[in-house]
Design a protein. Structure first.
Lengths: 410, 241
């Protein structure tokens, strides 16, 4: 039954992809597709759309390297997003985006008010479901901003930790090594569910952020309900996350950013289960993360890199599990409209001693992705990529996947 | 409307080369028959002028909503979308004798291409200086001229030569709201309307021509005009819906 549904689902996706491809290919040469966002009311209302169709083979099921939860694989995804901005005055604007994935109901991805109190000062306040200020990748919301198809591990790969369930012992945690796509623990929510990535790129947090800039330097700070790993529309963890970012642009094409975040990630529903169980370190229930990101571009080159270290306090454990994610990617345009890109990626975890062995608390993963992209027209892009993952644990330890993606936006 | 300086300069040079006409100072053996013919043509050349009214100009290109931005972006730069290009559909004989090469400039200022519409002859090299403090990346994917100048900073300029006639839509890879048009002609008989909608195509030899007015909104209108044998001025107004 499950396999039949799975095959049907895949077949449906492939058919949808093929029909979308044919439709777009048929109209592309005539240059009839709209080339920019729609605007109304003398530019006060702007509406944009973003469609991406991604197919891959073989399926990642069983290995789960590219899943953002049990159902969604970023290499097999049909995503349609509509974003809009409404300029109420020169100082106030409303912005929002809704997305549908794999034909499901549209869900809000972003929705906030942007206020600039002083017209001539680079000081902005944003409140609502806001773009994350941590790092750089998660703000590149549109598919066309990515030279490749897959996400960096730090922003997508599901670790074995969950916000709504915790291990009672180290052994409980180690049993889940390499199983972040569907983990289960004896304390808290008992139903198996996905783990958390270091930073979630597929959902945005809710809160307030400010940004101030002066010349090449920009400083941002935010207070939000969730954390980097578990952004939340409503606070369920009894604490706020505070995050900050400093961005320095010493010259055109060069961006250096440093970010930090600290906040409660553990759901209140788990906390009663921790009473009287094991050590409770000071960082229990909190996620702390630091990161640096660099971008340099010139002529036909674009290079980016990020390093992120995250640590989660688990009340029942005497240590705080931590993870280090790092990636570097580059894109080179070899001909007008044609580019080649590559990314190397690594995610490692801190070690823990259990019985007479020392292990990382989750299975380290390495990833390489290389690909080509070609613009059929300015806002119609087709990309092909090959991705290979290696993991030091789990049922499947090595898998290569080919992926094709078609993107259209206006 | 700005005068067609290139055409005026060409005419002055040609007239100087040709010297006085026969009968004015007597035959002068140092001038070639071709130069004399050119001089005659210039003297009898007509001017096609008029006004183009664009009824429904395209709306300004807006930025995408910028959901991932942490603050407001620069104020929108307003470009004049009512400008039209007026040109002769078929060029008269001798239209391809321009000495060239020519040079033109399309600046990048306040995240806007300036001018928004540029009309040039085949063989013209266009400079794309970057006058902003941020990177720009000019490119076009048109068959007429496919190019990508890559990212370059303020104070730098890159150039592209246009060797085929056609319409080239130009974009910036970094700023999606930046776009412009370059119309490349196989002759020199064209002009861009001024802020008042007026145009003037000078130096048109006597004959019957189809004159076309084009606007980026897709509107296009043509009409036939006749430049009399003794030259003079011909009026042709257009209304683009």
């Amino acid at each position: 039954m499950y396999k039949t549904r799975q095959r049907s689902n895949v077949k449906g996706q492939i058919l949808a992809f093929a029909s979308g491809l044919m439709l777009m290919a048929s109209v592309a040469p005539a240059q009839t597709l709209p080339s920019g966002p729609l605007s109304f009311g003398d530019g006060r209302v702007t509406v944009a759309a973003d469609l991406s169709l991604t197919a891959s083979t073989p399926d990642d099921r069983g290995a789960w390297f590219n899943y953002t939860d049990y159902e969604h694989n970023v290499l097999r995804l049909i995503r349609f997003g509509v974003s809009a901005s409404v300029r109420i005055t020169d100082r106030v604007a409303l912005l929002g985006e809704v997305r549908s994935e794999n034909g499901n109901t549209f869900k809000p991805y972003a929705g906030y008010v942007r206020v600039r109190p002083w017209k001539n000062r680079a000081f902005d306040i944003q409140a609502g479901r806001i773009p994350p200020i941590f790092g750089a990748f998660a703000r590149r919301a549109y598919a066309a901003d990515h030279p490749l198809i897959g996400y960096p591990l730090a922003y997508q790969y599901l670790t074995a930790l969950r916000p709504d369930a915790i291990p009672a012992t180290v052994e409980d945690l180690l049993r889940m090594r390499g199983r972040g796509w569907l983990t289960s623990y004896p304390l808290g929510q008992l139903t198996p569910d996905r783990g958390m990535p270091l930073v979630t790129a597929s959902r945005w947090d809710t809160g307030v952020e400010v940004r101030a800039g002066s010349g090449p330097l920009k400083v941002s700070a935010a207070v939000t309900n969730g954390t980097l790993s578990d952004p939340r529309a409503r606070d369920n963890n009894g604490g706020k996350q505070i995050s900050g970012r400093v961005e320095w642009r010493p010259a055109a094409g060069f961006i250096f950013g440093a970010s930090g975040a600290h906040g409660a990630y553990l759901a209140d529903s788990v906390k009663p289960f921790t009473v009287g169980r094991g050590p409770v370190p000071s960082a229990a229930g909190r996620q702390q993360a630091v990161g640096i990101d660099v971008e340099y571009s010139r002529d036909q080159w674009l290079a980016r890199g990020e390093v992120i270290r995250s640590q989660w306090g688990v009340p029942t454990l005497s240590f705080s599990p931590s993870a280090l994610g790092m990636f570097a990617e580059a894109r080179y345009k070899i001909w007008p409209g044609l580019f080649v890109a590559g990314r190397v990626d690594r995610l490692t975890f801190s070690s823990v001693r259990s019985d007479d062995r020392t292990l990382t608390w989750d299975a380290p993963v390495s990833r390489f992705e290389g690909g080509l992209g070609f613009y059929l027209q300015r806002n119609l892009l087709i990309k092909g990529a090959y991705q290979r993952n290696w993991r030091d644990g789990g049922r499947v330890r090595d898998r290569g996947t080919g992926a094709l993606q078609l993107q259209f936006w206006l | 409307m700005s005068p067609n300086w290139r055409l005026i300069a060409t005419s002055i040079v040609a007239a100087a080369m040709a010297g006085p006409l026969p009968g004015e100072m007597g035959a002068d053996p140092i001038f070639s028959p071709e130069a004399r013919e050119l001089s005659k043509t210039l003297q009898s050349a007509g001017v096609i002028r008029g006004r183009v009214e664009v009824r429904k100009p395209l709306a300004q290109s807006e930025r995408r909503p910028g959901i991932g931005d942490l603050g407001m972006s620069l104020a929108r730069e307003v470009t004049d979308r009512t400008r039209a290009v007026v040109y002769l559909e078929s060029a008269p004989a001798g239209a391809f004798d321009d000495p060239g090469p020519f040079r033109a400039t399309m600046d990048q200022r306040n995240e806007t291409f300036v001018p928004h519409v540029l009309a040039i002859s085949v063989g013209t090299t266009v400079d794309f200086p970057n006058s902003d403090q941020t990177y720009h990346n000019v490119f076009s994917l048109e068959k007429t001229r496919r190019f990508d100048l890559g990212r370059y900073a303020a104070g730098r300029s890159k150039s592209i030569r246009f060797d085929r006639s056609g319409i080239v839509r130009v974009f910036c890879e970094i700023h999606s709201h930046m776009s412009a048009f370059i119309l490349v002609f196989g002759h020199r008989y064209f002009d861009i309307t001024g802020a008042d909608g007026r145009y003037q195509i000078a130096g048109v030899p006597p004959g019957r021509y189809t004159v076309v007015a084009w606007n980026e909104g897709g509107a296009r209108e043509s009409r036939v005009v006749v430049v009399p044998d003794d030259g003079g001025s011909v009026e042709a107004d257009f209304m683009l819906q």
